[in-house]
Write a new protein. Sequence first.
Lengths: 329, 327
Amino acid sequence: MNHAGENNLDRREFLARTGKAGLSIAAAGSLSYLLYDTAGSLKKADNLVTLPDYSVGSISGQTMSVVKGSDRAASVNKAIGLLGGIERFVKPGETIMIKPNIAFATPASLGATSNPGLVAEIVRLCYKAKAKQVYVADNPINDPANCFRLSGIGGAASEAGAKIILPKPNYFSNTTLAGGKLINNWPVFFEPLRKADKLIGVSTIKDHLRSKASMTMKNWYGLLGGRRNIFHQNINTIIAELAMLIKPTLVVLDGTEVMVTNGPTGGSVADLKRENTLIASCDMVAADSFGCSFLGLEPKDLPYLGKAEKAGAGTTDYNKLKPIFDTTS
Amino acid sequence: MDLIQRRVRRFESIVSLCLLGGIVLIGLGVFVKQFDYEMSQFGMDVISTENSTVNEEISLTSLSSSSFETLLETEVYDSETLYEKINGKAPFYTESGFRELVTQRFVSKSDEKLWAELYVYDMGSVRNAYSVYSRQKRPDGSVIPEMKFAYLGGNSLFAAHGQYYIEFVGSTKSKELSEAMQEITRKFSTENIVADVEIEQMQLFGKEDLVAGSIKLYLNDAFGFDGLDDVFTGQYKIGDDIVTVFLSERPSSADAKKVVQQYHKFLLDNGGVDISASDAEIKIVDFYGTIEIVGTTRQYIFGIHEAENRQAAEQLAEKFSKRLNEK
């Protein structure tokens, strides 16, 4: 074989090999392009859910009530009665979701979670209004089953006829708050919300190391999924966005015993102060604005209130709503 | 020519192998990296309650008493997962040297409604543990005599034992529960012997008129000023007034003077009015109606914080200054 013959062979072989290599690269590149997900690991936008608006029509002078009394059951009956009665909020045949604060697996006596007796009474009220089904649900910080059990809420709510919904991975769906900075394609505990016609929030008044206060608006944090702790760095924004995202039927703010220090977990009954006050409201910004006074705060001390008001979620000037004050005695 | 062809083919083989090896390494890198991603980008998992490795040095399950047994599993949390247990309270510990939390519940053998959860925070040092203990101390607690830093508060027990901060939270106020918590805590102390390390600066607080159990340690950001770290405070009863004294030992007298100047400026920048004599070394500031006093003695910063009564504040500051000079 002469030198020229080898070059011909090498050139042909070279071209053939180059061609094959080029085809391989093109095939690999095409496959990569087909598999490439520009959104990364996030779900596609068309899988997002929209949370329903559970609010009822407003009635001037019946937006917020404040009741003094030591018995929570009596107080909540009175407070809701002053707003038109449970029948205004719950219609026969409806499915109601009650969202208490069941964040921790701690005893009810600490006041870190909603009072079981209060939750049970609200369940009973809903059935009195001939609700078809009442769910009690939360996505706690600690182990969910332990939280429902050890807080006493699981037992009390079940005895009153509610069905408990514990969080499971497939119960979460992603949602985006229009105009929101933080709630963007983020999982929420949607399964109980999907089933519900009405939504009632039941929360305590607590000191909170990060946000200064934990009341009705902060209570919705328990509907977030994922690694929601990252929002602690933007605590005021996330609470305000939750108030924009969630439009409940009614919120009940329990100030019978207020955790005035060492919140949000407390740890001693010495952290609690008895105020014997319960607030029911269709405006959670107003409810929180009133409730913060029991922590020695004013609405201007809680930036999330101002943010939520500016976004149209409610008013910090609760007097404008002409709240109804009464006692159980 | 065979030789040249063989050399060319060997060269091509080597290049091919290198390229393939590079692709394999890239693939391995992608495979490894996908297990180490920023979870905040994802929103799928509910919060994990899996326990991390149990600290071999602390075993809480052995602490069962004659009348109380363990309930549910031991839980262990590190600085990444602490929020899963105590949520918004986590920074209080993580910013104070927190290393690990181990918790265990105990329940009465005769009454399941009587239960309590023991929290043992490893704060890494005696000072850190004392700091978180003292800053959360509830008023009106009853002292537990056989423990150096411990008290009962209604349904709970709180203690600092060496590097550990202990909270024992009961389901209700109950004599039986309280006795069980004390027994279990004593057992923990016995099984986890710690060096009896004195916090020296606490000895600088004179006992006369000192409100018992009032000494607190702020590791950082005392009184909202980031230049004030490692600050002890104690309360004194002067007549009808309770006056808070503070003290911090600095590396040198020069550093003490510098920090005092900065703190004095901080008070004035935030609306305080200097009411001290013009040449006074000890500065007195009227801060929105309360009195702040700050000065130095050797390597110590001392002062009075938020006093209502100027006379009582100045009297105590002078007394404290003399005491520090004598040490």
